[in-house]
Design a protein around this ligand. Structure first.
Ligand code: FDA
Length: 396
């Protein structure tokens, strides 16, 4: 081994959410840490997340909001470094924050504050973050030899924090999975999650005019339900309800949507028919649903757009069924191009839940999204990155 090659205690590949958290935590333990990333900027996904304000955690975080082949795996890390621990760091840095909805915590000003905080903590801990560095190969011979575009780096421990496949234009690559396979790990099949749906041509044509229309719904696929907003896009369906359900949806599945979860529309229409018989069906439904959506539903449902007085009980029953049990079969999803996360990943049964160390290869760690742990929408995925990064940082 050449003495000219810089040697560290720990090399972390990936200066994203998990990698930075691991780097600063290990640095605080006086480890010599090098964090490598091929991007020009650290934490690119943090910067664009939450519409630029970063939904950095969720007050209600618990293992129930995570998908994995082994749902128990995330428990230890989430309980050792909690949402409150991360919030304490945010407050220490005097970053103003607010709860938007459903326990989701956002920066008041900018996601840049979160990246600046993590970079500051890395620097204070003596952790070196080196960007614009391509990883060429990794070799293990008693130590990890990481060959890069900037030279060879050597360390006793290697942490793989290169994330998943979502948003390749932000620098996502399959490197994490490739390294896992190199060291004999298995990969739970990956697919895009928290991703908008695309529709078949006939549905796309009939909903095209609804682009931008949003309404609160309960969406259900594979016996899982989310009560949030649904948004029509020029490609199909998005909004939190659809993004959430996309992580549970399998190709070919229907999605069942209750378009008016807070009303019993059949009963409402019957009583309105008695009170306002001359009101048209379209005007009646527009009290609860967006007007443009009502027009399209009337056409698609072939409901008679008559005055309420002229609607039979049977017609009202049909409308009730269609509104509370709207069924749509997506054509697919927008895929990794727009997905927020990647489902699946490094098989967690081959990784210690206490330390994130590989059970197959000593000194090798996996953290963050590269693992088969995926959170719901709402700050859970960053919390997983913080918790798993912290746990590994305590152990390396
Ligand atoms: P992350 O992807 O953050 O970091 C991986 C790092 O590895 C990157 O810096 C990348 O450049 C680097 N890398 C990859 N391949 C490499 C290679 N070959 N060589 C060198 N470096 C390499 N979550 C949440 O909780 N709240 C939110 O508001 C949002 N919002 C959001 C918006 C959008 C548009 C997206 C795409 C995602 C979100 N997320 C989110 C999800 C969240 O961003 C994601 O789960 C975490 O960033 C995962 O953290 P990791 O550190 O594991 O990967």
């Amino acid at each position: 081994m050449s003495t000219a090659e810089p040697t560290y205690d720990v090399i972390v590949i990936g200066a994203g959410a998990a990698g930075l958290m691991c780097g600063l935590t290990a640095g605080q333990r006086n480890k010599r840490v090098l964090v490598l990333d091929h991007a020009k900027q650290a934490g690119k996904k943090i910067l664009i997340s939450g519409g630029g304000r970063c939904n950095f955690t969720n007050m209600h975080t618990s293992p129930e909001q995570f998908l994995s082949q082994n749902p128990h795996f995330c428990k230890s890390a989430l309980s050792r470094y909690t949402q409150w621990d991360f919030l304490a760091m945010v407050e220490k840095h005097q970053i103003a924050w607010h709860e938007k909805t459903l326990g989701q915590l956002f920066c008041d000003d900018s996601a840049k504050d979160i990246v600046a905080m993590l970079m500051h903590e890395c620097k204070a801990a003596g952790t070196r973050v080196q960007l614009r560095t391509e990883i060429l190969s990794v070799r293990y011979t008693a130590q990890y030899h990481v060959d890069t575009s900037e030279g060879m780096y050597i360390a006793d421990k290697l942490v793989v924090a290169c994330g998943g496949l979502s948003m390749p234009k932000l620098g996502a690559t399959p490197l994490g999975y490739q390294l896992a396979k190199q060291f004999n790990h298995t990969i739970v099949p990956v697919r895009a999650g928290l991703v908008p749906f695309t529709l078949h041509d006939h549905d796309k044509a009939s909903f095209a005019e609804l682009t931008g229309v949003a309404t609160d719904v309960v969406a259900e696929a594979n016996h899982v339900q989310f009560k949030e907003a649904m948004l029509f896009t020029h490609r199909g369906l998005s909004g939190p309800a659809m993004l959430q359900i996309s992580s549970f949806w399998e190709p070919g599945d229907n999605i069942n949507v209750n378009l008016l979860p807070n009303e019993r529309i059949g009963e409402r229409l019957r009583s309105m028919r008695a009170e306002q018989p001359k009101l048209s069906l379209a005007n009646a439904l527009s009290r609860w649903l967006p007007k443009r959506l009502v027009q399209v539903l009337i056409e698609r449902g072939q409901w008679p757009n008559k005055n309420l007085a002229d609607l039979s009980n049977q017609a009202i029953d049909t409308i009730d069924r269609d509104i509370h049990g709207w069924v749509i079969k997506p054509n697919g999803t927008e895929g990794y191009r727009t997905a927020e996360v990647t489902l699946g990943g490094v098989n967690v049964d081959e990784v210690s839940s206490k330390t994130m160390e590989s059970l197959k290869q000593p000194g090798l760690y996996f953290i963050g999204e590269v693992l088969d742990v995926t959170g719901w929408l709402g700050g859970y995925n960053f919390q997983w990155a913080w918790s798993s990064g912290w746990v590994a940082g305590q152990s390396v």
